[in-house]
Design a protein around this ligand. Structure first.
Ligand SMILES: [Zn+2]
Length: 278
């Protein structure tokens, strides 16, 4: 399964008046999370531990994971980790941090990113303040309200008979191939975006665009919405800027692809299994 909200997580934004010392603290300095433990077995510190280490910052309540409170904490960009702690990007924590904690860390990183980038009103420049009744920042001067930002993006896996269309993006490691993806533009439906991006990136037309699944992706605040689509014509060619190479792969001979916590891998493997008749 790709990374998703744990079943035993209950979301909330209202910071309780008393927080137990056992609460998890997801403290970020820029996009880096404060962790304890070894490189191979990192852990998320508790409020008691961060308090003892003198770590504190702007707090946003996230909710409860299995009954334990979870806080996103925003530290200064130049914060240094106290003894016994270190800062880590989220990607190196994949497959190391327990998955429920990784999912909450991904959520926390988006809240922290929003806090960092909405300190001032985007309309008049006045310092904003957090609203008590919802996760929002408002401007005391002009009343402008800013919510956490989400950027919808489509992912499309194009199918032709028993073959899948996979592309190697310029930003990927050499051998890795994945489904096509791109951000939704203002005015577009997701289906419009699928047709446009596929045409722009690899030159072909698609139809039978079918919803598959979605995933929150914290780099920095995407909502990936995945589809399958059927090849409907046109000649395949990589655009040369975003896409370095694109090919049809038989469903039983797939290349290296993204890691298993990503919706891309889930989309490709599930669809390939269906085409193979597994
Ligand atoms: Zn304002």
């Amino acid at each position: 399964m790709p990374l998703h909200t744990p079943d035993n997580f209950v979301s909330s934004h209202a910071l309780p008046t008393v927080l137990p010392g056992a609460a998890f603290v997801f403290a970020f300095s820029d996009a880096k999370l404060l962790v304890r433990g070894t490189e191979d077995a990192p852990t998320v510190p508790t409020l008691e531990e961060t308090r003892a280490a003198g770590v504190d910052g702007v707090r946003h309540y996230l909710g409860e994971l299995a009954g334990v409170g979870c806080i996103a904490m925003v530290l200064p960009g130049d914060a240094s980790a106290p003894a016994g702690f270190r800062f880590s990007g989220l990607r190196p924590l994949f497959f190391r941090l327990p998955e429920p904690l990784l999912a909450i860390a991904a959520r926390a990183s988006q809240v922290a990113e929003w806090d960092r980038t909405h300190r001032f009103c985007g309309r008049c420049g006045t310092p904003t303040r957090n609203r008590a009744e919802e996760r929002a920042k408002e401007c005391p001067a002009c009343g402008y309200v800013a919510y956490p930002r989400l950027s919808p993006a489509m992912m499309a896996l194009v199918i032709r008979g028993r073959e899948l269309l996979l592309a190697r993006a310029n930003r990927f490691p050499q051998a890795m191939y994945s489904a096509l993806a791109g951000f939704v533009e203002p005015g577009e439906t997701i289906e419009d975006c699928v047709r446009r991006e596929v045409k722009e990136e690899v030159g072909i037309d698609v139809d039978d665009i079918t919803y598959f699944a979605s995933q929150s992706w914290s780099f920095p605040h995407s909502l990936m919405i995945a589809y399958t689509a059927r090849y409907a014509g046109g000649e395949l060619r990589a655009d040369g800027t975003e896409i370095a190479d694109v090919r049809w792969f038989p469903a039983d001979a797939l290349p290296d692809r993204p890691q298993s916590l990503s919706i891309a891998r889930y989309l490709i493997d599930t669809t390939a299994a269906r085409l193979r008749g597994d």
